[in-house]
Design a protein around this ligand. Structure first.
Ligand SMILES: Nc1nc2c(c(=O)[nH]1)N[C@H]1C(S)=C(S)[C@@H](COP(=O)(O)OP(=O)(O)OC[C@H]3O[C@@H](n4cnc5c(=O)[nH]c(N)nc54)[C@H](O)[C@@H]3O)O[C@H]1N2
Ligand SMILES: Nc1nc2c(c(=O)[nH]1)N[C@H]1C(S)=C(S)[C@@H](COP(=O)(O)OP(=O)(O)OC[C@H]3O[C@@H](n4cnc5c(=O)[nH]c(N)nc54)[C@H](O)[C@@H]3O)O[C@H]1N2
Ligand code: SF4
Ligand SMILES: [Mo]
Length: 859
């Protein structure tokens, strides 16, 4: 074992040849075939295994990245020799291969990493009730048996429940509530307090339903084939080259090749922009609402019958709230959007001059862009999520919908104004293939009404008070934190406050396969299996594919499935395992596959994906009924993927809101008025009811606490303050959030340097590759700096997700971005990551690249 660890610690990777050798080199670390341990095998052993006949197994890539790509692992005698990506068909624009990114190609290094957690463990100085809680995050780890671990966990749960009630248990189950197993157990145990707020989708998550009556994920996006019908494509804070799987970008490249013009609006000149942009407009972070409002101003003030810029017909028929004549009933007509833009009542026109001062885009550029947008029909404008991960971010959502409606780019070929992120990125419309239900019924959490907002939870734990609605503060006394399927400490605002909260409660528990920051600040860590070690899973991604991935290897060391853990804890608390898992995983996977439906080629209805015979049912060892489908179930299992075939002008082409636009009375939206609500009282009420501030029914600009304006001590005379720079965190290529942040290959291939503009660096005497300290009142980070012209002056950026690693002075040496973000709750589902201000100074040390950091190998 030692030899193996040493080898990994000294591992050097040549960045330039990274992709070339990933497949081959992965073979130097692998499982022995006869046990469930990690062992390095020699070149000779490998060669002899290669001569034998192995099997390609579809391996899951399960991370929350929005993509779902095909990875296959080549396994001989239980040893994973290499991985590959989609080669199931010839690649084309119509039918792209679902090719893995660098993370997927490094998956083997995560699953078979030297830093996999092997055994249950507790921190050395833990005693019932906590002991010295300040040691959390610093203590040593001690191996314990599963029996002891389960005893500790269940008796702490029992003790805390008996003394303080279920309301003292806080369960963190991942950004989108993915960790169902432990929640099932806790719900049966009387419940636990969960989080609310998306921590991901910003204000889009809650705002788009009342405005547009749709789920935000692809709120009004057309099908990918329709991109080719646009005359102009605007990517607004949208960076698929870094943060979506390959096909989203490829559809845009195809549009580019067709000659469609691209304009990109972003504080950073990203890879997407360098690939696609005909024009790049830099904008300051968290100021997009001002730009959108100024566009509205230019359209309103320049529109005339001779110079039509506004689609009045669409506004008249399909929206409410634009002007005094189109207001919803029982509302003061003075509250309309147009008069706010013109400054009729507040004396401040939201003109380009006003916006330019805040967003940094020159006035004439705002005007020319607005006129181009008004004149070029149809236009597709795709937004990212980041700009709405801002305090009071619902305004940017409202402003986006309003400008979209004004230009009439809704419900038409080639025209849409939409978010384009995650699974449906660049490809809107109903899923052409979808899995069936797994059969597991949700267990209601008896405490579902008590939830902590993700931007307030650390505060709530520390102060004992949480916001429970308008003018309502609730008492809370959290004693037990349970992390699973998430990286909550690293990924939510204000890590230093988070650490304090972790050091306050009685007990912290984490299910994990690596010692991520949540686990590092826990009392007990339970080693979980990865998806490669479980029976299998059904994965959905973009609307054209379904993946059936299977078990690749046996569980490593003493790792157990989360469901097993939930049942074992449950058993000790008197909960029947049968209730927690009434249907086993094998049957659940089968149910999903058996119930999978594919849209018929004529677009009329769905049909069964798989044909199942009685023989299949017996050989899979499940219960089910034979059925007819379009592919045999065993063939699907073997292929691992089913991809719906596409061609230009097929029946799957989708134009969102086409019917609504044609006849809004007959096809109303699911909004209060049935129309698009540019004056949206429902949204304003939702914000007000959440309890932090008063909602506004129309898109307005309200500066966030740590926005651009806050970089000045004297805004009027433009005198900069203590924290003169805006700090921006982006989803970089190295990781899926904190996931895979431990993989040295990826750390080396994608360096985590602070990006800083040349002008700002020069002012501070900073040169490229210097070590710098980035700090504000929340915390501080040490990083090397990349000095470049490719970011706006006044803005610095780091990729989000690096694993918190605090030095003796309290600096995070790894660059975990939430060391710097403040927590400013402002409405349901609205985070405040993206409005953050900092200072940067040269540091008198040289920090190492993090791929040279010691891996977190414990026990
Ligand atoms: N590689 C990778 N891919 C991922 C993920 C990952 O962690 N790694 N995470 C996945 C998940 S869960 C999500 S939610 C999505 C995230 O998707 P997004 O939120 O859209 O992604 P970001 O990278 O945060 O931001 C996209 C672009 O917006 C720019 N930007 C930042 N702030 C502003 C602003 O205020 N205004 C404007 N106009 N632009 C701004 C950034 O520079 C970046 O180029 O990505 C998904 N894909
Ligand atoms: N400042 C700033 N903060 C951000 C963002 C930002 O842009 N800026 N982005 C935000 C966004 S968009 C998101 S979605 C969130 C993501 O926040 P999280 O979802 O908390 O982050 P991940 O890093 O994806 O954490 C997933 C964790 O689940 C674990 N895991 C995966 N599968 C399993 C399993 O089967 N069992 C168990 N037990 N564990 C498992 C992984 O090891 C990993 O540690 O972060 C947010 N945080
Ligand atoms: S894009 Fe996502 S699903 Fe695809 S290989 Fe990368 S991490 Fe895996
Ligand atoms: Mo996210």
């Amino acid at each position: 074992m030692e030899n193996f660890i040493e080898k990994i610690l000294n591992y050097k990777v040549n960045r330039r040849s990274f992709l070339k050798w990933t497949a081959a080199a992965s073979a130097s670390l692998m499982l022995t075939s006869c046990s469930n341990k990690l062992k390095v095998i020699s070149k000779e052993e490998r060669e002899s295994l290669m001569k034998k006949k192995g099997k390609w197994i579809t391996a899951p890539c399960w991370h929350n990245c929005g993509g779902r790509c095909l990875i296959k692992a080549y396994v001989v005698d239980g040893v994973v020799l290499r991985t590959k990506t989609d080669d199931t068909h010839t690649d084309s624009y119509d039918n792209p291969q679902q090719r893995a990114c660098a993370r997927g190609r490094s998956q083997i290094k995560q699953v078979l990493g030297a830093d996999r957690l092997k055994y249950p463990m507790k921190r050395k100085h833990w005693v019932p009730g906590g002991g010295d809680k300040e040691l959390r995050g610093k203590d040593q780890w001690v191996r314990i048996s599963w029996n002891e671990a389960l005893y500790i966990v269940s008796s702490e749960l029992e003790r805390i429940k008996t003394k303080y009630g279920n309301k003292a248990i806080y369960s963190n189950n991942g950004a989108d509530g993915t960790g169902g197993e432990n929640q099932r157990m806790l719900s049966l145990y009387g419940g636990s307090v969960e989080m609310f707020g998306s921590r991901s989708r910003g204000a889009w998550a809650k705002a788009m339903e009342p405005i547009l009556g749709v789920n935000q994920k692809s709120h009004i996006m057309n099908d990918r084939m329709d991109l080719l019908n646009a005359k102009l494509i605007v990517l607004w804070g949208n960076n698929p080259a870094w943060n979506t799987s390959s096909s989203a970008l490829r559809n845009l490249i195809r549009a580019k090749e067709k000659g469609i013009k691209f304009i990109c609006i972003d504080p950073i000149y990203s890879t997407t922009i360098s690939l696609l942009a005909d024009e790049y407009i830099p904008i300051r972070p968290a100021t997009d609402t001002t730009m959108l409002l100024a566009i509205a101003y230019v359209l309103i003030t320049n529109d005339s019958p001779f110079n039509p810029l506004i689609d009045w017909d669409f506004l008249n028929r399909c929206t409410v709230g634009f002007d005094a004549e189109h207001m919803p009933k029982d509302v003061d007509p003075k509250e309309n959007f147009k008069d706010y833009i013109l400054g009729t009542y507040d004396g401040q026109p939201k003109n380009p001059k006003w916006a330019s001062e805040i967003c940094g885009i020159p006035e004439d550029k705002i005007i020319s862009f607005a006129l181009e947008l008004g004149k070029t029909k149809p236009a597709t404008v795709l937004f990212g999520w980041n700009m709405a991960r801002v305090e009071k971010g619902q305004h940017v959502c409202l402003a986006q919908a309003t400008v979209g409606a004004m230009t009439g780019n809704m419900g038409i070929k080639g025209g849409c104004f939409s978010v384009s992120c995650q699974e449906p990125a660049g490809n809107g419309g109903p899923n052409l293939i979808k899995p069936g239900e797994d059969g597991l019924k949700e267990i209601k959490n008896p405490l579902e009404k008590i939830k902590l907002c993700k931007s307030e939870h650390w505060n709530a734990i520390l102060t004992g008070k949480y916001t429970a609605g308008k003018n309502k503060k609730g008492n809370i006394d959290i004693r037990f934190i349970y992390h699973s399927h998430s990286s909550t400490l690293n990924q939510s605002n204000n890590i230093n406050k988070g650490i304090k909260a972790h050091r306050k409660v009685d007990f912290v528990l984490t299910n994990q396969y690596v010692l991520n920051p949540d686990a590092a600040y826990s009392d007990v860590v339970l080693p979980a299996t990865t998806e490669w070690e479980r029976y299998g899973t059904v994965l959905t991604g973009n609307r054209e594919i379904l993946i059936w991935a299977s078990q690749v290897i046996k569980p490593l060391f003493e790792a157990k499935d989360d469901m097993w853990i939930a049942k074992e804890i449950g058993k000790r608390l008197g909960i029947s395992p049968q209730k927690i898992e009434p249907i086993d995983l094998k049957q659940r996977v089968f149910n999903k596959v058996a119930g999978a439906k594919v849209m018929k080629e004529d677009g009329s209805t769905y049909e069964n994906l798989v044909t199942i015979t009685q023989n299949d049912i017996s050989s899979l060892g499940v219960q089910g009924k034979p059925q007819k489908g379009i592919i045999g179930i065993m063939e699907f299992k073997e292929n691992g993927i089913y991809q719906v075939k596409r061609k230009q002008n097929d029946k799957y082409v989708y134009i969102h809101n086409k019917k609504f636009r044609e006849n809004p009375e007959k096809n109303p939206l699911k909004t209060k008025s049935g129309k698009i609500e540019l004056h949206c009282k429902t949204l304003a009420d939702i914000v007000t009811k959440a309890g932090w501030n008063k909602g506004n029914p129309i898109a307005k600009y309200e500066a966030p606490t740590e926005g651009y304006e806050a970089t000045f001590s004297d805004w009027k005379n433009k005198i900069k303050g203590k924290y003169p720079l805006q700090f921006c965190s982006v989803h970089g290529q190295r990781q899926s959030h904190s996931n895979m942040g431990n993989v040295p290959w990826l750390r080396e291939a994608f360096l985590c340097h602070l990006t800083m503009n040349t002008v700002d660096a020069k002012e501070r005497g900073i040169s490229d590759n210097d070590t710098v300290r980035i700090f504000n009142d929340h915390g501080s980070i040490l990083r090397k700096v990349h000095v470049t012209e490719l970011i706006m002056p006044g803005v610095v950026a780091l990729p989000q997700g690096s694993w918190l690693e605090i030095d003796k002075d309290g600096n995070c040496m790894a660059g975990s971005v939430n060391m710097l973000t403040g927590d400013y709750p402002s409405g349901p589902d609205i985070e405040s990551f993206q409005a953050c201000i900092v200072q940067v100074e040269k540091h008198n040390s040289t920090i190492e690249e993090d791929y040279k950091f010691k891996q977190r190998i414990v026990l």
